[in-house]
Design a protein around this ligand. Structure first.
Ligand code: COA
Length: 258
């Protein structure tokens, strides 16, 4: 398969998707979302592939968020559409994939990157990984399920704190909170991930698919729609324009609450 923004390889019945925009910290733009979505379709329709890993190229970032350079021209309708499309094409698709998908988090997993890792069935991190939902620094909120999956994984109080402060946490704190299952060195991250998936790959595929469906069913909620609507609303604010402009021009934002 040929992709522009990801590398795709299959070995020992495990597909590896490597997001390949290292110069932009693997930020998720429309092309990346489409490529991963197509790769997931291939994974789901190919019986030789039993499970998958998502990781980032370059060693510095897993994914540093949605691509902020796509934000300046978006209004509330555009913001809402961005969130909806992301859910449909990528985040819900991963969560509901009938084959196990694991995030091998090898650096910054911020905003949409943390959300991407959380949409995966579980997460393994390298020691240099950093997690957070810093959207509030841009006058925004998480828009790809972060306010919902973070609560599910680490509980309401810590989810509130991370989203409200934009603080980043390191791999060990993420493990203490239950956001990641294991912390490895950068060198052993993929090896460890493949080892776990090799065990999973010996199990009954139909039963695995049903386990994924059942565990997801424990967390059905209506919060995703609320998040999408309010994420969109942020795009009509002056604070979003200020926050995004400040990031793109490498300066500190001054928010006015408007
Ligand atoms: N969207 C678009 N571009 C991004 C990006 C994003 N989410 N994250 C990083 N980049 C780009 C930077 O603009 C920079 O591009 P440039 O070289 O053309 O200037 C490049 O990636 C390298 O990032 P830089 O900020 O210079 O690296 P750093 O090591 O100083 O900082 C981060 C790394 C991840 C801490 C910082 O890039 C960051 O805070 N990114 C945004 C995180 C965020 O707010 N995510 C939520 C988005 S909704």
């Amino acid at each position: 398969m040929n992709f522009n923004t990801i590398l795709f390889a299959v070995e020992n019945n495990i597909a590896t998707i490597t997001i390949n925009r290292a110069d932009k910290m693997n930020a998720l733009n429309a092309d990346v979302i489409n490529d991963i979505s197509d790769a997931l379709d291939h994974i789901m329709s190919n019986a030789d592939i039993r499970s998958a890993v998502i990781t980032g190229a370059g060693g510095k970032a897993f994914v540093a968020g949605a691509d902020i350079s796509e934000f300046p021209t978006l209004d509330s309708k555009g913001g809402e559409a961005l969130s909806t499309l992301g859910h449909d094409k990528l985040f819900s698709k991963i969560e509901n994939c009938s084959k196990p998908v694991v995030a091998a988090v090898n650096g910054f997993a911020l905003g949409g990157g943390c959300e991407l890792a959380m949409a995966c069935h579980f997460r393994i991190a390298s020691e240099n990984a950093k997690f957070g939902q810093p959207e509030v620094n841009l006058g925004l909120i998480p828009g790809y399920g972060g306010t919902q999956r973070l609560v599910q994984l680490i509980g309401k109080g810590k989810a509130m704190e991370l989203c409200l402060t934009a603080h980043l946490i390191d791999a060990n704190e993420a493990k203490e909170l239950g956001l990641v299952n294991y912390v490895c060195t950068s060198e052993t991250l993929l090896e460890h991930t493949y080892k776990i998936l090799s065990t999973i790959n010996t199990k009954a595929p139909l039963a695995l698919a049903k386990i994924i469906t059942c565990i997801n069913a424990a967390n059905v909620n209506t919060g995703f729609a609320v998040e999408t609507k309010l994420f969109g609303e942020c795009f009509d604010t002056a604070d979003k324009n200020e926050g995004v402009d400040a990031f793109l021009n490498k300066r500190k934002a001054e928010f006015k609450g408007a």
